[in-house]
Design a protein around this ligand. Structure first.
Ligand SMILES: NC(=O)c1ccc[n+]([C@@H]2O[C@H](COP(=O)([O-])OP(=O)(O)OC[C@H]3O[C@@H](n4cnc5c(N)ncnc54)[C@H](O)[C@@H]3O)[C@@H](O)[C@H]2O)c1
Ligand SMILES: [Zn+2]
Ligand SMILES: [Zn+2]
Length: 352
């Protein structure tokens, strides 16, 4: 098969790779029909996630058809259309029993495109398949389902739920990439009074308005602190969500929160960020951070199926899988207008 292989910081290639094989009874092999690129893949290529070794097939989001099942798989059969979640879950360890699938202690968690070969390929081996894939209901398209592999559960769980967004809150979201936009879209489910989106790219801020931001700030031109202070009678945001993954944006999110406020870090960080405890220790703030569990996927699937969440609008570009290199360039340029770029296998494209 062909796959997008990581060859160390800044280097990747769409090339021939061995077909994946079932190595455990709980595995399935999925024929990938649609996959996409995450900001985390950009962090890997920037060298921010050093545990990813050269030779690894990247990608942790996919929709496809089950091709082969291991002899301990009970709920899936060849031909089933499934969403492959970015989080694999054994389903039985202490953390999985608490629905903390991201922390799975038995070889699950975020493993695809990280510790094992991922989804940016024609085929992928999915471990613990019964508890790591979701059947896609009729009425939900492949592309809509693909948005639930990572960005929607991440924005919802690690941003909105961890940040405890409540009705009437002023919510600041630093970073309006697909994950920040997911946080904006899901924050709206809780009726905040204002959602403020902060980004360096006007194209991303325009998208933020369309996804439900009331106010946008380009922090290369304007001071987000001043905007939030004006909106909140100088108090600060009730909830500040960080969706970039740099020291500067984490430090900004901490400053934007009001006393007693909540800061939810989503960003993947490759460098230390400063926590100014000498300024913050009196302010009663709560800082949360974590890996997505994707425990909300069934809820989000229902919201998509019932038309409450219009996730199809994330998809701005389509590419064939042999055009992966260009897809990475377009996604990596926030000014290009790209949000989610979808790569389809050739047969799917000719049927579109
Ligand atoms: N915690 C988790 O489980 C989890 C899961 C998925 C993604 N992530 C992380 O979430 C983050 C966002 O992912 P994404 O796919 O949206 O990434 P992305 O790269 O598409 O978007 C990042 C956005 O941040 C903006 N930005 C960069 N510097 C900025 C600054 N100084 N001020 C304001 N905005 C700035 C960029 O213009 C861009 O729009 C990444 O760090 C990703 O690794 C975390
Ligand atoms: Zn991701
Ligand atoms: Zn587990």
């Amino acid at each position: 098969m062909r796959a997008l292989v990581y060859h160390g910081p800044g280097q990747k290639a769409w090339e021939e790779a061995p077909d994946p094989e079932i190595t455990d009874g709980g595995d399935v092999i999925v024929r990938v029909d649609a996959t996409t690129i995450c900001g985390t893949d950009l962090h890997i290529l920037a060298g921010d996630v050093p545990e990813v070794r050269a030779g690894r097939i990247l990608g942790h989001e996919a929709v496809g058809i089950v091709d082969e099942v291991g002899d301990e798989v009970h709920r899936l059969a060849p031909g089933d259309r499934v969403l492959v979640s970015c989080i694999s879950a054994c389903g039985t360890c202490r953390f999985c029993r608490e629905a903390r699938y991201g922390q799975c202690a038995e070889g699950g968690g975020w493993v695809l495109g990280h510790h094992i070969d991922g989804t940016q390929a024609e085929y992928v081996r999915v471990p613990y398949a019964d508890t790591s894939t979701y059947r896609i209901p009729d009425g939900v398209s492949d592309e809509e389902a693909l948005m639930l592999a990572d960005i929607l559960p991440t924005g919802y769980e690690v941003g909105v739920l961890a940040g405890g967004v409540r009705p009437g809150d002023v919510v600041a979201v630093v970073g309006a990439g697909p994950v920040g936009l997911s946080a904006i879209m899901c924050a709206r489910l809780f009726s905040p009074s204002h959602v403020v989106a902060i980004d360096l790219s006007d194209a991303r801020l325009k998208a933020a308005k369309e996804f439900g931001a009331d106010v946008t700030v380009n922090d290369s031109q304007d001071d987000p602190m001043a905007v939030i202070r004006d909106l909140t009678g100088r108090l600060g945001a009730d909830v500040a969500i960080e969706a970039v993954g740099t020291p500067a944006t984490f430090e900004l999110a901490v400053k934007l929160a009001r006393p007693g406020g909540r800061i939810a870090n989503i960003g993947v960080h490759g460098k230390p960020a400063l926590l100014h405890l000498e300024e913050q220790w009196t302010r009663d703030i709560t800082i949360t951070t974590g890996l997505v569990d994707a425990s909300s996927t069934p809820t989000l699937m229902r919201l998509v199926g019932s038309g409450q969440l219009d996730v199809g609008r994330f998809v701005t570009h389509h590419f064939g899988m042999d055009d992966f290199e260009r897809a990475y360039d377009v996604f990596g340029d926030a000014g290009s207008g790209a949000l989610k770029v979808v790569m389809n296998r050739e047969e799917e494209r000719s049927a579109m």
